[in-house]
Write a protein that binds this ligand. Structure first.
Ligand code: 5GP
Length: 211
């Protein structure tokens, strides 16, 4: 990261299983000036997840109390659970001078774009639908019903790519981390401003991925 630059807000969205968490964690670990906003969720914690590190795990009542108090910058229901980014989390981290990354779904990304037009949005895609299925099955953390739902919702999610400033296809972890790093440094190519050829290329890649 360029030192002395104004703190910035990035939104990273991807169908679940794209590798988004791994990529974002690597970037945050490699850049002390970048911080990941910890979301609230009503979903139960997975085996290796920790309260306040991975999520603020809350019940419906606590979630509603924050929502009623207008405490969420954005919130959405994903796979039957509720997720939200608190204003306090984002404002606190931006005020400390750090660049903040929100790792949220496309519904939340749309709300953040509306509330904070300066936010920069990145959409990550897995190389193909078949590869996504392989990754989700390998992760082995969901019931067959949840897995089937994640796969079918991924198809809908992928169609949202045009709403984002940047689109990256995660076919190689190292390369994707490097491309994300360039975006965070302000050196990425916005697909929306870099011309029709790039848009066509993304469209071709998506079509060839069986989406
Ligand atoms: P998971 O349950 O696998 O951790 O996350 C499921 C989905 O919820 C992912 O697409 C993730 O990006 C999204 N998500 C996580 N936190 C938030 C949040 O605060 N707001 C929104 N809108 N989506 C979130």
């Amino acid at each position: 990261m360029t030192s002395g630059a104004a703190p910035r807000l990035f939104v990273v969205s991807a169908p679940s299983g794209t590798g988004k968490t791994t990529i974002v964690r690597r970037l945050v670990d490699g850049h002390p000036g970048i911080s990941l906003a910890v979301s609230h969720t009503t979903r139960p914690a997975r085996a290796k997840e920790r309260q306040q590190r991975d999520y603020f795990f809350v019940d419906d009542g606590e979630f509603d109390a924050i929502r009623r108090g207008d405490g969420f910058l954005e919130h959405a229901e994903v796979f039957g659970n509720r997720y939200g980014t608190s204003r306090r989390e984002v404002e606190g981290k931006l005020a400390s001078g750090r660049t903040v990354i929100l790792e949220i779904d496309w519904q939340g990304a749309a709300q953040v774009r509306a509330a904070m037009p300066e936010a920069e949005t990145v959409f990550l895609l897995p190389p193909s639908h078949a590869e996504l299925q392989r990754r989700l099955e390998g992760r082995n953390s969901d019931s067959p019903e949840v897995l089937a739902r994640r796969l079918s919702e991924a198809r809908e999610d992928v169609g949202k790519w045009r709403d984002f400033h940047y689109v990256l296809i995660n076919d190689d972890l190292e390369a994707t981390c490097q491309r994300m790093s360039r975006i965070l440094d302000g050196r990425g190519d916005r697909y929306s401003t870099s011309g029709e050829r790039r848009r066509e290329r993304v469209e071709q890649l998506i079509a060839s991925g069986g989406w």
